[in-house]
Design a protein around this ligand. Sequence first.
Ligand code: NAP
Length: 292
Amino acid sequence: MTRKIGFVGMGIMGQPMAQNLLNKGNKVMVYNRTREKTDSLAQAGALVASTPAELANWSDVLIMMLTGPDAIDNMLFGATGILAAENPAHIIINMSTVSPAYTKYLNIALEEETIILIDAPVSGSKKPAEEGLLVVLASGPEEKVTELDPLFMALGKKVVYCGEAGLGSCMKMTINLLLSIMMEGLCEALNLGERCGLPAETILDTVLSGPLGCGLFNLKEPMLKSNDYPPQFPLKHMAKDLRFVMQTADEIGAATPLGHALFQLYRQGLGRDLGDMDFAAVKKVLDGMNDT
Ligand code: NAP
């Protein structure tokens, strides 16, 4: 039986993900706060809901790909929100990046409505989302995650089952801490080399030619060479995620000394109006900290 999949959040990630679900022959209905962002999906054959409640009534399974807790609360608990539906989808998959603590709260809130939460954030950015090559970090009841495997495989190349709801978000915290460190590490090294008088192109070519070359650095190379940072993963989202990482580390007593420093550094990016640029623009933060 073909499932009716509802998708809320037509941002950088949500649009290509919903498109991939359509491409695989699924019935898809979408909703976005800013309606114009649903236009391309509508042209591709998706239905468009006028309210989150309408989306929830129509759907068997509902996916959320939203900025974070405020957006999710708004879409769930608002006057025309998902939980205002008479007969809402009985499975909600949250693929947005949120903290494990928020996920646990969400799990309890949805359980009270007899809705099953699947906590399934993703590793991978705009390009893997477009190419259907995300890695899905799924948690929640294992039999439900297994049942949803065809849906996840329309979005990604791999599903990692992490355990009970909350552990998917824990995996996402783990991945994004590493991501923040790797990106800043490349930018800090580049900054040093440039201040020594080496051209950025030569430094990047050297890094990418040796054992340090990796998918992330290859992906960001054009941005760093051109010093232009169109958003794939916006810096404001990395700052948000590092806040959740710090909160999680504090709750469980994990040592994250670099994470603390990087939280401050990425936040400086917000103060410098770099939030809507890609998070590789942390290079601009470092440039601004150099002695003049
Ligand atoms: P985005 O382009 O900024 O899109 C955010 C979405 O959330 C939009 O649909 C936006 O609606 C909606 N939204 C924000 N605040 C809202 C509110 N108060 N009420 C209702 N809707 C609201 O973000 P994205 O890059 O697609 O990321 C989505 C999620 O995936 C985030 O949690 C992010 O951390 C995570 N993620 C992103 C990437 C990436 O590389 N971009 C990779 C992995 C995970 P409007 O269009 O109306 O503003």
